[in-house]
Ligand binder design. Structure first.
Ligand SMILES: Cc1ncc(C[n+]2csc(CCOP(=O)(O)OP(=O)(O)O)c2C)c(N)n1
Ligand code: SF4
Length: 472
């Protein structure tokens, strides 16, 4: 039954529109609005709006997050399937939708869609093919018809110069993993009803954890086609449909979903550790006592072992059964440039490795303290390498630990191990991981074997210093 009301998975008012908050920004006769409504209605009927995460692309549908009252990401051009993969892998129960135009999916994002399909991610992709770049004013898209006039093909697309219209459903068909591939069209009311069925099927299969669904929807863009809405629907049927045949390409909706594409395996604990560093002295993954997710920023200059300290911490987290991410950031210089590592340690799955607001800052030099001191969360901790930072932490709403890391490392005969002093201090003061875990990881993590003993002694010296100072 078609309901003539606004589905509840849309916001009551569309704030973007200023005065006219009951209508979207789409042009009259645009297909995006129709598809939005079909999706929104299905989310309500399937009772999944609360767990839906919608990826809107760059293109006319960039503002989908103003309309759908669900979880939303606005993705960089063409990258929606990659972002959707991140969401898929971290939120097991989410209903993941990638919604993309033809410039976005078939042009700039060709790689992302092909690989997401090939991995058989359990997600639903709605591909809105209007044969043109809508938002930017009507340039040629990969799906533009031969002879079609656009701003970049003013005399019509030439197959000789520009290639022919790219059939993305056909490309999908060449890939083994997708379970459902269909092309539908908004050209006629019957076509809209078929689209409605396809939208529902694509979502249903995801709910049943069958795998990857791809629904290509031929959709009018009256503005850039320079037609009125009625003529554009007719043009769609007469011109687009013969080039992009409306048909079901694959439908594996019955029986068991292929196991390889159903659930993705997450490497954890010992297996992940083995992958990262081969054999390790850690034979059993211990149970972490961590309560609060740690958002760690380690910062200094190249050569201070910033990145390896971050990696070390992440491995330690994995060895204690935590989820861990490590995101390096460094300048082009091999030595002396800025070097940052962002590490997250958590009992929960981690959606993004970015650390904007750390609750732990390990500052190895003064520019790093200056750069990040204000970003640290209230109640967090800043550890300062006081050997080379000649000022104290100026904030009083968090814990500050000053430790002469370079001096302790130097006394231990290995100045390069000042990073180990800082890591040891962080762990000893906060109890995030056992210092023993770090010690067990050292032999496989330190490249030069003669440095292992020195590192171990420096860890002990750091503990002794903290005890002597009454810090622990
Ligand atoms: C990286 C990047 N390149 C180019 C653009 C410019 N841009 C914005 S929308 C768009 C085309 C969108 O066309 P399509 O995906 O077909 O969606 P439609 O607007 O037709 O729905 C382009 C090229 C951009 N925003 N970002
Ligand atoms: S430019 Fe085309 S695709 Fe964009 S909103 Fe207008 S009709 Fe729709």
């Amino acid at each position: 039954m078609i309901k003539h009301e606004k589905p509840k998975s849309f916001y009551d008012t569309f704030e973007r529109k200023g005065a006219g908050q009951q209508v979207s920004h789409y042009c009259p006769g645009c297909g995006h609005g129709t598809v939005h409504k079909l999706i929104a209605e299905a989310l309500v009927d399937f009772d999944v709006a609360d767990r839906t995460v919608f990826m809107s692309p760059v293109g006319c549908s960039v503002f989908a997050y103003y309309y759908f009252d669900v979880g939303n990401f606005q993705c960089a051009h063409g990258r929606a399937p990659a972002v959707a993969t991140g969401v898929r892998r971290t939120l097991k129960d989410a209903l993941v939708i990638s919604y993309q135009g033809d410039g976005d999916l078939a042009g700039i994002g060709t790689a992302e869609i092909i690989h997401a399909a090939n991995r058989g991610e359990n997600m639903t992709v709605f591909f809105i093919n209007n044969a043109i770049y809508g938002m930017t004013g009507g340039q040629m898209a990969p799906t533009t018809l031969v002879g079609q006039k656009t701003t970049t093909t003013p005399t019509g697309r030439s197959e000789q110069n520009d290639g022919g219209p790219l059939g993305m459903a056909e490309v999908m068909q060449a890939i083994k993993a997708p379970v459902y591939i269909e092309r539908v069209s908004l050209g006629t009311p019957q076509g809209v009803l078929k689209t409605r069925r396809a939208v529902r099927k694509g979502l249903q299969y995801q709910i049943e954890k069958r795998g990857f669904s791809f629904i290509e929807i031929l959709s009018p863009c009256p503005i850039n086609w320079k037609m009125d809405p009625q003529t554009s629907r007719k043009w769609l049927t007469d011109k687009l449909e013969p080039v992009f045949p409306v048909q079901s390409f694959r439908d594996e909706g019955t029986g068991e979903a292929p196991p390889a594409f159903r659930e993705k395996r997450m490497l954890k604990g010992k297996d992940l550790l083995k992958l990262l560093q081969g054999d390790t002295a850690i034979t059993e993954v211990t149970e972490s006592t961590l309560e609060e997710t740690q958002y760690v920023k380690i910062a200094g200059f190249g050569g201070q072992g910033i990145l390896s300290a971050g990696m070390f911490l992440a491995k330690g987290g994995i060895a204690e059964g935590l989820h861990a991410t490590w995101l390096p950031s460094y300048g082009p210089e091999m030595r002396g440039g800025k070097a940052y590592a962002s590490v997250i340690l958590s009992k929960q799955l981690i959606g993004s490795p970015v650390v904007d607001l750390p609750n732990v800052l390990i500052a190895m030099n003064l520019p790093s303290l200056i750069a990040f001191e204000d970003d640290v969360q209230e109640g967090g901790i800043i550890l300062v390498n006081s050997s080379i930072i000649d000022r104290k932490v100026s904030r009083s709403d968090l814990r500050a630990v000053h430790i002469p890391a370079s001096d302790i490392a130097k006394e231990g005969g290995l100045i390069a191990a000042s990073n180990m002093v800082m890591i040891t201090a962080y762990l000893a003061v906060t109890g995030t991981l056992k210092v023993d875990t770090i010690k067990k990881l050292l032999p496989q993590s330190v490249r030069r074997k003669e440095h292992v003993d020195k590192n171990l002694k420096i860890v002990d010296a750091s503990i002794a210093y903290l005890k002597q100072q009454g810090v622990i």
